[in-house]
Design a protein around this ligand. Structure first.
Ligand SMILES: NC(=O)c1ccc[n+]([C@@H]2O[C@H](COP(=O)([O-])OP(=O)(O)OC[C@H]3O[C@@H](n4cnc5c(N)ncnc54)[C@H](OP(=O)(O)O)[C@@H]3O)[C@@H](O)[C@H]2O)c1
Length: 277
């Protein structure tokens, strides 16, 4: 997490989590680490993990027959499952619960149809580095969301990384394509560098380690350095040296990494728009 998230204000009425897979599980761990008591969390998930069952022993409410009240309900099932799963938490709307959906593609209007026009709904897009407290989540709410509710949503997501408010929901497809899906691009870069190292004659294990630690270190340098990424790149590049030779390929006019990344992000954004139905 980037700054201390104080979740104590949410403890009395609590948080309900619909779907506790990769993202839901990562958020749950962040909330618990930030001091939200297990007894303040209700989880609905058809196949609870051993970890969830252990937390139920510490007071977490796991698949209760009837839902109590909640300040916030996080919707963390796959977009394709939302129509089936969301009705389970529709009753919370009458108690003024704030809904926070992290589902890719699914617009706020879909939740207004499910929960009623009066429901307060935030659409958010986190990413998987949330699992190590280093995610980033973009958020936008509908007109029913009060400032206090927006801050509550931000506090929950700040427990697993940085947050940023969007100006308009139309930005969410590009956000999903850039930071939501983005970790996969970086993991694939590690895979590609490893394969390239093997092709250049290195043993697999050595190439894997060099690729992984190089991406880790470069990411950390980009995070901590006052210099921008372009300058950090220049700092590696000796005139007429090895990096310049590689960058002449990666930055080739019209067919370099920028063009490839632009096509990839455009494909993801288009898929996000398709998921809206
Ligand atoms: N993964 C990412 O990088 C990422 C990033 C940003 C946003 N998101 C969004 O986050 C959401 C969850 O993604 P995920 O990657 O965490 O998926 P996931 O690991 O499959 O988690 C979804 C969870 O919901 C459970 N579930 C299925 N049907 C349910 C129902 N009817 N009621 C309650 N729970 C149900 C699933 O159980 P079973 O596994 O037993 O079916 C699973 O535990 C998606 O909408 C996705 O678009 C994901």
């Amino acid at each position: 997490m980037t700054e201390a998230a104080d979740l104590t204000a949410l403890a009395p009425r609590g948080v309900t989590l619909l779907g506790c897979g990769k993202m839901g599980g990562a958020m749950l761990e962040g909330w618990l680490a930030s001091g939200l008591p297990p007894a303040s969390v209700t989880v609905l998930d058809p196949n609870p993990s051993d970890r969830l069952k252990a937390l139920a022993g510490e007071g977490l409410k796991l698949n209760p027959e009837r839902l109590g009240e909640a300040d916030v309900c996080i919707l963390a099932v796959k977009p394709q499952m939302m129509g089936e799963a969301a009705p389970k938490v529709a009753g919370l709307a009458a108690g003024g619960t704030l809904y926070v959906s992290i589902a890719a593609g699914t617009p706020i209007s879909a939740f207004e149809r499910l929960f009623g026009e009066g429901a307060a709904i935030v659409r958010a897009m986190p990413n998987t580095p949330a699992a190590v407290g280093r995610g980033i989540t973009a958020l936008i709410g509908n007109a029913r969301v009060s400032e206090a509710q927006m801050e509550a949503a931000e506090t929950l997501l700040a427990a697993v990384g940085e947050t940023v408010r969007l100006e308009d929901e139309s930005q969410m497809d590009a956000v999903t394509a850039l930071s939501g899906s983005g970790p996969a691009y970086v993991f694939h870069l590690i895979e590609a560098m490893e394969a390239a190292g093997v092709a250049a004659g290195l043993p697999q294990d050595l190439a894997a380690r060099l690729a992984r630690v190089t991406v880790q270190g470069a990411g950390e340098l980009a995070r901590l350095s006052p210099e921008d990424p372009a300058q950090l790149r220049v700092n590696v590049t000796s005139p007429g040296g090895t990096t310049a030779a590689a960058l002449s390929v990666l930055m080739a006019e019209g067919e370099g990494l920028t063009e490839l990344a632009t096509r990839a992000v455009a494909a993801a954004a288009a898929r996000s728009r398709e998921l809206a139905g």
